[in-house]
Each structure stands twice: as structure tokens, then as C-alpha cells.
Ligand binder design. Structure first.
Ligand code: ZN
Length: 424
């Protein structure tokens, strides 16, 4: 994942344009994504697909002809969606178009101007302070023209048409935790899922943030009823504990599944209630859709100093953090795949486990993996209404222990699978 990220890192992505396409084509080498192209001007709910932005070069040259700010050194140097410009101007004229971070003298900020016909450069505070009065040549060799918005989509079919949605934004240039971490974790999860037997179908989206999710929802509204669970992946590479933000519903099965996996992991984690601020859950959880989609991330959205700066680089992201995120997502999906309900065949008093050779003495109190205790819980709550997840939550035992006990009781003939109950 970290190697793929290192390849994607230098590409100048934006919400439209060749950088996005080039990134999607690179992900296509890992998983068989379809690249969808939606024309500029397409109405998507209250929004319109914008013109396509492409950039080849940009720089600020001093009077001696030195490139004092150079897009080729970092694509963050140009404000995203800057209109083309080729002008000579004084420092005083240039100054309002320069953005820097006074308290982080070596970091380049990341700025965009999607909705304004504007241009600008992002520079380090040191670069800004080194600019002397005089004339500068300012060039942004960009185009902003009718074209397309591109996004990547992959449906991995399971035995059911019920779907699990996994969505990552992929519209930022050289930023790692913000956008690329979700992209590479999403691709790795898709790769792993494709070789597993599965009930659910899995739909992976790699979209430009906000406008991409809105565009997908507008084009696929009739399919959204199939989405039974979903995750937005965002900011999974830093070293903070995994953080799960619940769906707008707050008690969806995905909310409980991820919470259970995090609890069972033994690692630090945080669970947050839904709020309408953040990543593309803002669209999936808008009231007209209200999909059961939560968000997996790490450091709080927008609240780490490296956020939207050049310091969100390959070193800021750890391969272990990416791996832990992918493992957590796969464990949550495995839980959803196996969250069955059972019926106790002998519900009147406890069945005699000893004569069936499956009696397990209860171990020490508080052991969340104790098989004997897990069997008691499964036998007691397997009335056809409680799922394995319900039993794990109520007992405080791990999902794996409850599932293991259920499998043992099933092979001993004490349980049968309950008929499916319709979800509310
Ligand atoms: Zn961002």
C-alpha cells in the first residue's frame, strides 16, 4: 500500500483532469476498475459537473530569470483550478495571490479555488519572505475547459445483490494521509475481497470528493436501495488510533460491526457520533439517502497540523497504520458476512453438553474468549431473534468466541440456522 502511494504521490490530481485519470489508470493495474467519464455541465442534484482543469507547468520567475516558485518542485505550489495566466507584475501585485503558513515556515499549504475564476500560488513562509521588490514573471500553463469528471468504480459480485459500499476520495494532489491513504487501503481491501467467497456484492468507488460522490449518487439513485452497509475511507495512514464515525442512523449494523471489531482488536480506538461535517459521508448520509455508511479514519478530520499541507507526505503515513486499517475493514466485512441468527433446538432448560462431549469448564472471569461461557450465551440467546453480533455485544465477549461457540453447537446438533428476518 505504501509503495502504491509513493507512485501516486507525485501526480497532480484535482476534482477533474488528467491527473485523476492517470491515478485511476494506475489503480486499474491493481484492481479491474471501470473509469467513468461524466461531461462538464451535467446536472447532479443541486450541483453541476465543472469544467475540466489541466495543468502542464507553472512558475514565478524573478528578474534574473530564476524560478523562485516552481510547480515542478511541488504540485502544491499552484492553487488548484487556477485559471491560466502569463504576466509580468510587481511583488505588490503578486502578493495577494500568494498563500503561506506563518506558523509553519517550511510547509506549503494546499489551496483550491473550484468555484472562483481565480489563480494563486502556495509557498512556504521562507519563500515568501525571500521575495524582494521587483518585477516577476508569473506563468500558470493551465486549461479550464469543457471536458469530463472521471471516477473509478468496481463491483465485485457476491451471491447476493445486497451491497457493501466502500468509497474513497482521490482528488488531492501530493497529499498522502488525506486522499491517498483511503485510495490505497480501498484498493488493497478490494484485492483481498475478490478472492474470498462472499454473500454481499462489494462496490468500490474512487471519486473526487464531494462532487464525485454527488455525481455517483445522482447517476445511481435507483441502486442505492441495495446498499446495506458502507464505509467512507479517509485519513487512515497517520499514527493516531483508528476512529470510527457512525452513520447518520447511529445504530446501523455497520456501526455496530466496526465498533465490535475495534473493541475486539485490543488496540486503542475512538467511536464518534455522526456529524454533517467531514468527508463523503456528508452525501451518502444526506437525509434523502440516509444510507448506513460510516467513516473510518484516524486523526480527527482537519484537526492535525499537517492537514492540507506539504507535511502530509509519505513520511507522515505509516505502512503499519495502513495495514491495520485494511485488516480492520476486512474483519468488519467478515463479521457482516457471518452475522447469522440461530435457534436453540433444546430451549427448555440447558442441554446436557457433557453427554455430547462438548462440555467446557468456565475459565477465569472476564476472559472474553472463554469457549464455555460463549456456549452458554449462544444457547441462551439463540431464539432466532439475536444475531451473533447481538450476543457478542450483550455478553461482552469477542465476536470470534461467540461465532466459534455457535459453530461447535451447530455441528453438535444443538443449533440450527434461523430463517432470515427482514431488516427494518
Ligand atoms: Zn482534503
Amino acid at each position: 500500500m505504501h509503495r502504491l502511494m509513493a507512485e501516486l504521490y507525485p501526480i497532480c490530481r484535482s476534482i477533474t483532469g488528467e491527473g485523476m485519470r492517470q491515478s485511476l489508470r494506475r489503480i486499474q493495474q491493481e484492481i479491474p476498475l471501470k473509469i467513468e467519464e461524466v461531461p462538464s455541465g451535467t446536472k447532479v442534484f443541486d450541483w453541476t459537473v465543472p469544467r475540466e482543469w489541466n495543468i502542464r507547468d507553472a512558475y514565478i520567475k524573478d528578474a534574473s530569470g530564476n524560478r523562485v516558485v516552481d510547480f515542478k518542485a511541488s504540485n502544491l505550489h499552484v492553487v488548484g483550478y487556477s485559471i491560466p495566466i502569463n504576466m509580468r507584475m510587481t511583488l505588490a501585485e503578486l502578493r495577494p495571490h500568494l498563500h503561506s503558513l506563518a506558523d509553519r515556515p517550511d510547509w506549503i499549504p494546499y489551496r483550491t479555488s473550484y468555484n472562483l475564476e481565480d489563480w494563486g500560488f502556495c509557498v512556504t513562509q521562507r519563500q515568501l519572505e525571500s521575495l524582494r521588490d521587483g518585477e516577476y514573471q508569473v506563468v500558470i500553463d493551465s486549461t479550464l475547459e469543457p471536458g469530463h469528471l472521471s471516477y473509478g468504480e468496481l463491483l465485485i459480485p457476491g451471491s447476493s445483490s445486497d451491497e457493501i459500499l466502500v468509497s474513497s476520495h482521490a482528488c488531492h494532489p501530493s497529499l498522502c494521509n488525506d486522499n491517498l491513504s483511503g485510495v490505497v487501503v480501498g484498493a488493497a481491501v478490494a484485492q483481498a475481497i475478490s478472492s474470498l467467497p462472499k454473500f454481499f456484492s462489494y462496490r468500490f468507488l474512487f471519486v473526487p470528493g464531494t462532487i464525485g460522490a454527488i455525481t455517483w449518487l445522482a447517476r445511481n439513485e435507483s441502486k442505492t436501495g441495495r446498499i446495506k452497509h458502507g464505509l467512507v475511507l479517509s485519513g487512515l495512514g497517520d499514527r493516531s488510533p483508528l476512529t470510527y464515525k457512525k452513520s447518520r442512523r447511529g445504530n446501523a449494523e455497520i456501526d455496530r460491526a466496526v465498533a465490535c471489531v475495534l473493541r475486539d482488536s485490543g488496540n486503542d480506538f475512538r467511536i464518534k457520533e455522526f456529524s454533517p461535517h467531514g468527508s463523503d459521508e456528508r452525501q451518502y448520509c444526506s437525509p434523502g439517502f440516509n444510507l448506513p455508511v460510516g467513516t473510518l479514519s484516524r486523526a480527527p478530520y482537519g484537526q492535525f497540523p499537517e492537514y492540507h499541507t506539504s507535511a502530509d507526505d509519505l513520511d507522515f503515513v505509516s505502512a503499519n497504520s495502513l495495514a491495520e486499517a485494511a485488516e480492520t475493514i476486512l474483519a468488519a466485512f467478515d463479521l457482516l458476512e457471518n452475522n447469522r441468527r440461530y435457534l436453540n433446538e433444546l430451549p427448555k432448560c440447558e442441554p446436557h453438553l457433557g453427554k455430547r462431549g462438548i462440555y467446557k469448564p468456565i475459565g477465569h472471569a472476564g476472559d472474553k474468549d472463554d469457549l464455555g461461557m460463549a456456549m452458554l450465551w449462544v444457547l441462551n440467546l439463540s431464539d432466532g431473534e439475536h444475531s451473533v453480533l447481538d450476543i457478542a455485544e450483550r455478553s461482552g465477549m469477542t465476536f470470534a468466541a461467540i461465532q466459534g461457540a455457535a459453530e461447535l453447537l451447530l455441528t453438535s446438533g444443538l443449533l440450527q440456522e434461523a430463517p432470515a428476518v427482514l431488516e427494518k
